[in-house]
Every structure is written in structure tokens, then in C-alpha cells.
Design a protein around this ligand. Structure first.
Ligand SMILES: Nc1ncnc2c1ncn2[C@@H]1O[C@H](COP(=O)(O)OP(=O)(O)OP(=O)(O)O)[C@@H](O)[C@H]1O
Ligand code: SF4
Ligand SMILES: [Mg+2]
Length: 341
């Protein structure tokens, strides 16, 4: 099957006074039509920068390179800003964490929704308005026609996020990137919005990249998962692989931090990953997780680690697992002979 989105060997550097910050390093993944891929990792691991590079919305201080970024078979690399803007207005859209940073307080919801369509496509104002009403109803907003006259500050956070979802859908994109779409909302609204987004993604057969810290959300909506650490992909696989047979010590650490029904004792203590994520400035070598990894050994510091791809579609980046060359690497940490590496 041809992927809807293909990202190959993406690097993003931020030029800061302190030096070059390697925000994204050698990131590759693909998203299939109608499927959800979740980008997961601690704060600062490069999730948003990856999304911004795909959208062509990196800050001016950033430089990037990639072997390929293709959407529906068309390369986005080398496009002019005008060409990219057309793709953003028709084939891909992004929903940001905090709607107030994306909605203009000076314009009505109606203005902003219809402009998202009329700027990019030859559509009459009437048709744009009809689509805005249709989508507001789809995202569960009642009295949609009258909402069009309201300004963002007149709406609650949950309503504003629903409007952002509707705005993302105005042009009928084939790819939607949702960057922490619910973290600014309270828990009950979060669940509603995530359910809504997943339903709409399925109904419109869109590919979706869902960026989130919340492994509970990931387990409910993702088909595939990419785990990032310090700008790199450390593990990727299907939702079942990641949750039932994680390989990389970081992924295993993340899994130990969440309660598992039937496994975690009621009132039992959850795990944690001690230490903090290093800032990837200057020259980098070896595994970036080694200062926190319970399995770290001498080989972890001197290897230039590549992502090892397994025939079943899983991939991991770990010197010690790679040295063992196992076809079922999830068993590596259960094997007492591992100390030999
Ligand atoms: N505007 C900026 N100026 C300087 N550094 C930045 C800027 N934006 C991001 N960074 C740095 O780039 C790296 C990647 O940041 P990014 O925003 O992609 O992380 P993230 O995974 O999205 O984190 P979060 O979960 O907190 O949103 C981090 O080290 C971050 O500090
Ligand atoms: S390479 Fe070494 S430090 Fe990194 S995850 Fe593997 S065992 Fe841990
Ligand atoms: Mg982010």
C-alpha cells in the first residue's frame, strides 16, 4: 500500500546563541490513508518541530533537511512558500494545542472558518458558509448558524477547540496533524474532543498524526506509534507491538509509568524514569538515553546508533539490543546472558 505521508531521514536544527540545537535527528515514518499515527515522547523531544517541518511552518531560526517528505506521492521538498501554502489549504491541516494562539480575536468565527476555504479554493461565500455550518454541526456545536457571528473570546475552551477542528477540516484535507489538541482542556472535555477527532478522522478517511504525552489516549486511537527521545525515533511499531511487547528501555520505562488493567495492583506504585532529557546542543554521540537507562553499558556511549528495522515493521534504536541481533528483541532484557554485551 502506498503511504499517504512519507517522511525519510528528517533533521531540524535550531540556530541559537548557545549553538546549534539538534531538535530533530534522522526521523522517518509513514502514515497510511485513514490511519492514525501517534508521536509520543517527553517534552522537548522534537514532536512539534517534526510536525512543523512537514507543514512548512518552522520558525526562521530553523534549518532542515530530509531525504523525502511526500504527501500523496507528491514531494513537499523544494516547494515554494506559495506552493506549500496551497497544499496546506487543500491537502493537509494542523490543529494546535491552544486554540487562542490560532484564532484571531478580532474576527468572528464565521469570518475565520470561511476564509480558511475561500483563500485557497475557488468557492463562493455562500458555499463556504454552508460548509462552515455543516462542519460546526459535525463537531457537535449546536446553533451553528448563530455561532458564526461570535468572536473567539465569547466561547469556552472546549468550543474553541471544536472550532479549530472544524477549521482544519474546511478544505477537506487528506492529512490532519493534531499537536496536543486537548492538553489545555479539562479531563471530561479532553475525552469528548478525542472521541470526536477519532470519529471524524474515520468518517472522512483522513490520515492523522496525533501528538500527545497521554498514553491512555494513544492506546485508544492510534494504529501505529512512534516513540521519540531527544530528537530521535527510538522505537516504532503497531499499537499492539508498542503496548504488549515494547523493546527499547525508554518505551519500557514509559509503559511502566501507566496503570495496566488486570496487571497493575489497585493502589500499587507506578514506575517513573529518573533524570531529565538532555538538551541536544553541539556535538552528540552515542545513545541520548544513556544517562537515564537502567541497561546502559560501555557500548552505548561510543556507537553512532542507527534505527534497526525488523521484517515485521517494528524498528528500534539501541546499541545493546542491536548487538544481540535477535529476531524477537522484546525478549532481550529477560535473558541473563545479556550481561555478555
Ligand atoms: N522557538 C524555539 N527556540 C529555541 N528552541 C526551541 C524553540 N522551539 C523548540 N525549541 C527546542 O527544540 C527542541 C524540540 O522542541 P519541540 O517543541 O519540537 O518539542 P516537543 O516534543 O513538541 O515538546 P512539548 O511536548 O513540550 O511540546 C527542544 O529542545 C526545544 O527546547
Ligand atoms: S543504547 Fe544503551 S543506553 Fe541506549 S537504550 Fe540501549 S541499552 Fe540503554
Ligand atoms: Mg510540542
Amino acid at each position: 500500500m502506498n503511504a499517504l505521508l512519507e517522511v525519510k531521514n528528517l533533521y531540524v536544527d535550531l540556530n541559537l546563541p548557545a549553538g546549534s540545537l539538534h531538535a530533530v535527528r534522522d526521523v522517518s515514518f509513514s502514515v497510511e490513508k485513514g490511519k492514525t499515527l501517534s508521536l509520543v515522547g517527553e517534552s522537548g523531544c522534537g514532536k512539534s518541530m517534526t510536525a512543523m517541518a512537514i507543514m512548512g511552518l518552522l520558525p526562521p531560526s530553523a534549518t532542515f533537511r530530509a531525504d523525502a517528505i511526500t504527501l500523496d506521492g507528491k514531494s513537499l521538498l523544494g516547494m515554494t512558500e506559495a506552493q506549500l501554502s496551497r497544499v496546506r489549504g487543500s491537502q493537509m491541516a494542523m490543529i494546535f494545542q491552544e486554540p487562542m494562539t490560532s484564532l484571531d480575536p478580532c474576527y468572528t468565527i464565521g469570518n475565520q472558518l470561511t476564509e480558511a476555504l475561500t483563500t485557497h479554493q475557488k468557492v463562493s461565500a455562500r458555499k463556504a458558509r454552508d460548509r462552515a455550518v455543516f462542519l460546526l454541526e459535525k463537531v457537535g456545536i449546536t446553533g451553528a448558524s448563530s455561532r458564526l457571528k461570535q468572536y473567539p473570546h465569547q466561547l469556552s475552551g472546549g468550543l474553541r477547540q471544536r472550532i479549530m477542528i472544524a477549521m482544519g477540516l474546511m478544505c477537506g484535507p487528506s492529512l490532519i496533524i493534531a499537536d496536543e489538541p486537548t492538553t489545555a482542556l479539562d479531563v471530561t472535555i479532553q475525552a469528548q474532543i478525542m472521541g470526536l477527532l477519532a470519529g471524524i478522522q474515520e468518517e472522512f478517511n483522513m490520515g492523522m498524526i496525533l501528538i500527545t504525552h497521554d498514553l491512555g489516549v494513544v492506546s485508544r486511537v492510534a494504529d501505529d506509534v512512534v516513540i521519540m527521545y531527544c530528537g530521535q525515533v527510538v522505537e516504532e511499531g503497531s499499537i499492539t507491538d508498542i503496548f504488549t511487547r515494547p523493546v527499547h528501555p525508554y518505551t519500557r520505562g514509559l509503559m511502566a509509568c501507566i496503570p495496566v488493567p488486570g496487571k497493575t495492583e489497585p493502589g500499587g506504585k507506578l514506575g517513573s524514569i529518573p533524570g531529565i532529557v538532555p538538551t541536544p546542543i553541539g556535538e552528540l554521540w552515542g545513545c541520548s538515553f544513556r544517562s537515564r537507562c537502567p541497561q546502559a553499558g560501555p557500548a552505548c556511549a561510543d556507537k553512532d546508533l542507527s534505527l534497526v528495522c525488523l521484517p515485521d515493521g517494528r524498528a528500534y534504536r539501541c546499541a545493546r539490543i542491536q548487538a544481540r541481533g535477535l529476531s524477537h528483541p522484546e525478549t532481550v532484557w529477560d535473558d541473563p546472558e545479556r550481561e555478555a554485551n
